[in-house]
Design a protein around this ligand. Structure first.
Ligand SMILES: Nc1ncnc2c1ncn2[C@@H]1O[C@H](COP(=O)(O)OP(=O)(O)OP(=O)(O)O)[C@@H](O)[C@H]1O
Length: 260
């Protein structure tokens, strides 16, 4: 596998699709620790793009820059054509509703029922949805899409790990995001539950026509969900391609990702 320095060499078919997210020459250092050294990424409409990188390779730093929790040293981050590093707070908040996050650990509010957990983001983002007098239908629809409509009145403590992750995903979907950012979606789950979540990610892509950026160590997850993958090594896109292209690579650094 040849080192891919420039993501503009994407396959031509993708070139005709709408660009949802673009990261250009992202750089971030902490003193002498140069974590991101010109990272590039393009996420197209309806696509699942997997990013793999070893522990400490800068995936979290990249996500923090992407969601505005960390300021990059340089580079731009375009979300649906707007550079988020240059937006004012209100415009940034509005744009943020187009991105849904599923972070490691499901982060449900323990003192709220499943229904209340799902209603919470709707209330917070009134500007996008207006005042909704009856949220029941919206909540049920989101829960149905993750197969958990029967859990609407349960407390998080009554849910298994897999169910919690599904509810967290429903809570993400309820805001109808155009882009979903999954951070280690299968971590901490047993293989069967992980497989269910992986299948769910595919079904959500088909139903909601979302684009997704997926950070994972899980080779099975990458194989099933990705249209394309980027391997992040030494702060750059070390290699890019489909799962099969990368899995067949002779490059030792690339091969290391597929040995599990
Ligand atoms: N706020 C910070 N201050 C100083 N160094 C930081 C800070 N945040 C991250 N780093 C450094 O940046 C590097 C990349 O860390 P990061 O958390 O992005 O890795 P990662 O790829 O997400 O790893 P993992 O898969 O283990 O979560 C590490 O060397 C880390 O020590």
């Amino acid at each position: 596998m040849e080192q891919t320095q420039n993501i503009l060499m994407d396959n031509k078919e993708l070139g005709t699709k709408k660009l949802m997210l673009e990261i250009i020459d992202l750089r971030k250092s902490f003193g002498d620790n140069h974590v991101l050294n010109g990272f590039n990424l393009r996420l197209f409409e309806g696509e699942n793009l997997v990013i793999m990188g070893k522990s400490g390779s800068g995936k979290s730093v990249m996500i923090k820059c992407l969601v505005g929790l960390m300021q990059p040293d340089s580079g731009s981050i375009m979300v649906m054509g707007k550079d988020i590093t240059k937006l004012r707070q209100t415009a940034l908040d509005e744009l943020r509703t187009e991105i849904g996050f599923l972070f490691q650990g499901s982060a449900l509010y323990d003192s709220m029922t499943v229904r209340e957990n799902l209603e919470f983001p709707l209330r917070r983002h009134k500007h996008k949805f207006g005042t909704i007098s009856d949220t029941t239908q919206i909540v049920i629809e989101a829960l149905k899409s993750v197969g958990l409509e029967h859990a609407i009145n349960l407390m998080p403590s009554e849910l298994s790990g897999g169910m919690k992750r599904r509810v967290a995903l429903a809570r993400t979907l309820i805001l109808k995001p155009r882009i979903i950012l999954y951070d280690e979606p299968t971590s901490g789950l047993d293989p069967i539950t992980a497989k269910e979540i992986i299948e769910l990610m595919r079904s959500i892509q088909a139903t909601y026509k979302t684009s997704a950026l997926i950070i994972t160590h899980d080779v099975d997850c990458a194989r099933v969900v990705s249209e394309r993958m980027i391997l992040l090594v030494d702060g750059i896109n070390y290699a890019e391609g489909t799962f099969n292209e990368l899995a067949q690579s002779k490059d030792e650094k690339v091969r290391a990702f597929f040995k599990q």
